[in-house]
Design a protein around this ligand. Structure first.
Ligand code: HEC
Ligand code: HEC
Ligand code: HEC
Ligand code: HEC
Ligand code: HEC
Ligand code: HEC
Ligand code: HEC
Ligand code: HEC
Length: 410
């Protein structure tokens, strides 16, 4: 063989291998990363059929940490205590899964989730205590006294069942009791088959529910320095990093999850989103939470992974001053409403008079927004969507109150 022939052969075969590699690298990762033989065996029957029936489900599953850890379809889909077994193509499965299915392997996360306000409290905010067992109520009340044993929400009752089902419930069912005795769902943040921490760390995942004028956390975030940097640098962040070893090198810009849940640089991961909060900011007049000092310390520990103490102490002092001044403004409006009620100038029924809606907007939109903005870097929300609207709405309320006064005098 001449040198030329050898050269051409080697050249051609290298080119062939290279192009095969290139073609391969353009294929979707699910086609390239074949599951292990053992996994195929365990997942086999379900996946074989569902690859044609519901292909996306199988692809998502194959990309998940579960597939990598040899967790099978049936591990999640088998009925646990309290679930209805359904005969399905030679298998016994549950078609309606809840947090109870995840809990069989993730008990710690479930316990933390259960004591947070994402648990029972979130559902009681809409429907009161009626859907819970006495044990569930007792458990939630030890962590949040008075927040489950309360009447069903008055506004929800007025709006009616269809508005509750397609509205309130879509967000608040994160803590709705299930027929199997468990509470809530894990898939709101992780999804069903991707079971992803990267997804849970995306601000938009929290923003499914944490949005709009009454809890503008996602809008505030995108406007804050943190959100701006996240959007500019997200490609450099390692959103899929293992939660047990998450460092500031993976996440040098915080998302919602970083501040409220992550175990950054050795701090503990928590599914109790209440742990790091020191005020009831969502309330009309915001009181301190029990355990305020500890909660602030926990949150500040997170800030201090990236900032210095004087800067954070100063930021907190500024935000607390906004809470105090908002409390004062909302307090004045509340006093006005109370005095109208005492003088029988309002009916006892809620939400049947225009001034009641104005007062609701005042604290539920503008007061909240000002306080949330102050703690999460949303200057525009403290100012134009917050304090400015507070002033304007209070002026309108005073005018309506005067009219009610006059009408009474006539
Ligand atoms: C021979 C094909 C086949 C096999 C094997 C199979 N499925 Fe299915 N599965 C289907 C089809 C088709 C549907 C659509 C609804 C129906 O016809 O039951 C379905 C529906 C489902 C549903 C939705 C049911 C509902 O009522 O919402 C789940 C969950 C499910 N399958 C899980 C599994 C799991 C887990 C396995 C393995 C343990 C499995 N399937 C095995 C074909 C199959
Ligand atoms: C991490 C747990 C988990 C694993 C593993 C898992 N599933 Fe599911 N699956 C769920 C949950 C949760 C739901 C939502 C059930 C509900 O609506 O109550 C679901 C729903 C489904 C549905 C109905 C989808 C729809 O939108 O109608 C199908 C079909 C299904 N799974 C098939 C599979 C197959 C096939 C596998 C394996 C390749 C699998 N699942 C693995 C948790 C899992
Ligand atoms: C049969 C046991 C089992 C069940 C059931 C199960 N998981 Fe997992 N899960 C695992 C294992 C094993 C891992 C991988 C090792 C680890 O990180 O602990 C894992 C990892 C995870 C992770 C981390 C993924 C990552 O990228 O680090 C999440 C999130 C998760 N599971 C969510 C869920 C949710 C939500 C459900 C219910 C819909 C569920 N799991 C049901 C066993 C299970
Ligand atoms: C878009 C999602 C979404 C919808 C729809 C929604 N909420 Fe909420 N709700 C939230 C979030 C998120 C919070 C947490 C606000 C905070 O802590 O800043 C909240 C807070 C609350 C609170 C205050 C917390 C508490 O436990 O008292 C009440 C009460 C409440 N919602 C009731 C309702 C009712 C009633 C409806 C329907 C009329 C409803 N919500 C519709 C997402 C939603
Ligand atoms: C409010 C959103 C949310 C809900 C609801 C939620 N998770 Fe998570 N979960 C997260 C986030 C965010 C992380 C990653 C934390 C971090 O950044 O390290 C996570 C991490 C995890 C991990 C990996 C933990 C580790 O230390 O490796 C598991 C397992 C898990 N979740 C399971 C669950 C289970 C089970 C449920 C239901 C009981 C659940 N999650 C409900 C947001 C959520
Ligand atoms: C499915 C809707 C939903 C999703 C998704 C969701 N939340 Fe929530 N969250 C709620 C509701 C509803 C409440 C109000 C609970 C209450 O106080 O009644 C809430 C309350 C909170 C609170 C306040 C808890 C307290 O003690 O007052 C924090 C903090 C929080 N969520 C953080 C997050 C983070 C971070 C994420 C994303 C990783 C997230 N949430 C995803 C619905 C959701
Ligand atoms: C830089 C850290 C940081 C980021 C990022 C962040 N938060 Fe917050 N968040 C805070 C602090 C600090 C507070 C006020 C804590 C307190 O009460 O002491 C707060 C308050 C809240 C509350 C108010 C609970 C109440 O009492 O009404 C909710 C809900 C919330 N955050 C959700 C989110 C969501 C959703 C995102 C992302 C869209 C987010 N946060 C992003 C630090 C952060
Ligand atoms: C994971 C790292 C990280 C965490 C955690 C974090 N931040 Fe930041 N923060 C940043 C980065 C990066 C910037 C942008 C700094 C710059 O301009 O270079 C920033 C900017 C800020 C700014 C604006 C500074 C300015 O002068 O423009 C404030 C205020 C702030 N952070 C407060 C907080 C508070 C309060 C917490 C905790 C509740 C917190 N941060 C948590 C990384 C973090």
């Amino acid at each position: 063989m001449s040198f030329k022939t050898i050269f051409v052969t080697v050249f051609l075969s290298t080119a062939l291998i290279l192009s095969a590699f290139l073609v391969n690298s353009y294929r979707p990762p699910t086609q390239v990363r074949q599951p292990t033989a053992a996994l195929v065996k365990a997942v086999g029957k379900c996946a074989e059929c569902h690859r044609t029936e519901t292909a996306a489900v199988v692809y998502e599953f194959e990309m998940s940490a579960h597939a990598a850890a040899d967790v099978t379809c049936l591990d999640c889909h088998q009925p646990v205590e309290g679930q209805t077994p359904v005969e399905h193509r030679g298998f016994t499965i549950a078609t309606s899964l809840t947090a109870a299915n995840c809990k069989t392997c993730h008990a710690t996360e479930y316990e933390q989730f259960l004591r947070s306000r994402h648990g029972a409290v979130a559902w009681a905010a809409v429907a009161g205590p009626d859907d819970f067992t006495p044990e569930q109520i007792a458990h939630a009340e030890t962590y949040h006294p008075g927040w489950v044993k309360r009447p069903a929400n008055a506004l929800a009752r007025l709006e009616g069942p269809s508005a509750i089902a397609a509205g309130c419930a879509e967000c608040h069912d994160v803590g709705r009791p299930n027929a199997d005795g468990s509470i809530g769902t894990c898939t709101a943040c992780h999804s069903r088959h991707a079971s992803s921490v990267a997804l849970a760390r995306q601000p938009q995942t929290c923003g499914q529910c944490h949005m709009g004028p009454d809890h503008s956390q996602i809008e505030i975030y995108h406007e804050s320095k943190h959100g701006v940097m996240f959007n500019a640098q997200r490609a450099q962040l390692n959103l899929a990093a293992d939660p047990k070893h998450l460092t500031t090198a993976d996440m040098f810009v915080p998302t919602c999850a970083t501040c409220h849940m992550s175990g950054l640089d050795g701090l503990g991961v928590t599914h109790d989103t209440t742990e790091r909060l020191s005020y009831f900011l969502f309330a009309d007049v915001s009181d301190e939470r029990p355990g305020k000092a500890m909660a602030q310390e926990r949150m500040k520990e997170v800030c201090l992974k990236c900032h210095t103490k004087p800067a954070i102490d100063e930021y907190y002092a500024q935000a607390e001053a906004v809470v105090e001044s908002t409390n004062e403004k909302v307090g004045q409006a509340r006093d006005l409403m109370n005095s109208l009620r005492e003088r029988n100038l309002l009916t006892p029924a809620p939400f049947d008079e225009p001034i009641e809606f104005l007062y609701f907007d005042l604290w539920h939109y503008f007061g909240r927004t000002a306080k949330h903005g102050a703690f999460m870097g949303g200057a525009d929300f403290v100012q134009w969507h917050g304090n400015y609207e507070l002033l304007a709405t209070f002026a309108e309320m005073r005018e309506l109150a005067e009219e009610l006064d006059h009408a009474d005098g006539e």
